[in-house]
Design a protein around this ligand. Sequence first.
Ligand SMILES: C[S@@+](CC[C@H](N)C(=O)[O-])C[C@H]1O[C@@H](n2cnc3c(N)ncnc32)[C@H](O)[C@@H]1O
Length: 263
Amino acid sequence: MTTTDGTDTTRPSPARMYDYFLGGGNNFDIDRQTAERVMAVSAETVAVARSNRRFLIEAVRYAAGRGIRQFLDIGSGLPTAQNVHEVARAVAPEARTLYADNDPSVLPHARALIAGDELTRYIEADARDPEGILTHPETVRLMDFSRPVALLMVAVLHFVRDADDPRGIVAGFMSELPSGSVLILSHVTVDGIDPALWERIQVTNPSMAVPLNFRTGEEIGGFFDGLDLVDPGMVDCRAWAPGGAIAHSADALRTWCGVAVKR
Ligand SMILES: C[S@@+](CC[C@H](N)C(=O)[O-])C[C@H]1O[C@@H](n2cnc3c(N)ncnc32)[C@H](O)[C@@H]1O
């Protein structure tokens, strides 16, 4: 079935499933059923989603605290509590935010949330097309690329296959941003994964609507190449805090994250 805004309610959407993991209400039966199946395989998913979101909020606050006033959020997901523009504007009311996601079901919610807000825009676009995003008329109207930008690629690159060159995508964005810009990135990892969980994931993951590409810490660290990671470096999302890592217990499933500055 398709809703009046064109959303297909018969296919699960990663954005709406993530909304369900975060406790949001912007999801359909198919999303909830698929999310519950994921949780049956990996009960850790909800904690991972929430710690990822906490990282995003802390990192945006940190970037705004460094003086950054422009935020480019790629794979933004559905609006939820403490959106990027809200967190940034709590620090700097003049902060500008451009959201981009390739899931059409995100668009109506996002547009409703930011209606009448001249400093915030949402575009439907694919992370695999940095040039298309950076030259989109809404981007050009909103952003000043002579001034530092915070590029958010939070929990999105694990939806991008190696064949689509995720490192090239990050480099494609960062090469167009000026010195002082920051990369805020998180990515699910195979490092330290519980072996029984990994076996279950390998059985179920290929049949997901958009399968996850689990990567090693070495591969994920490569996204920060040529940039200066700020303290505490690349860490588990549960641990990230500006200036020093938070102690946490060993987990069956982890997400690496970091914030890095372009020289
Ligand atoms: C797990 S959610 C993350 C949302 C948000 N970045 C966060 O971390 O809270 C992943 C989002 O990435 C989006 N996504 C996946 N592949 C994408 C692509 N190739 N281009 C743009 N968005 C993509 C999905 O639609 C979904 O909304």
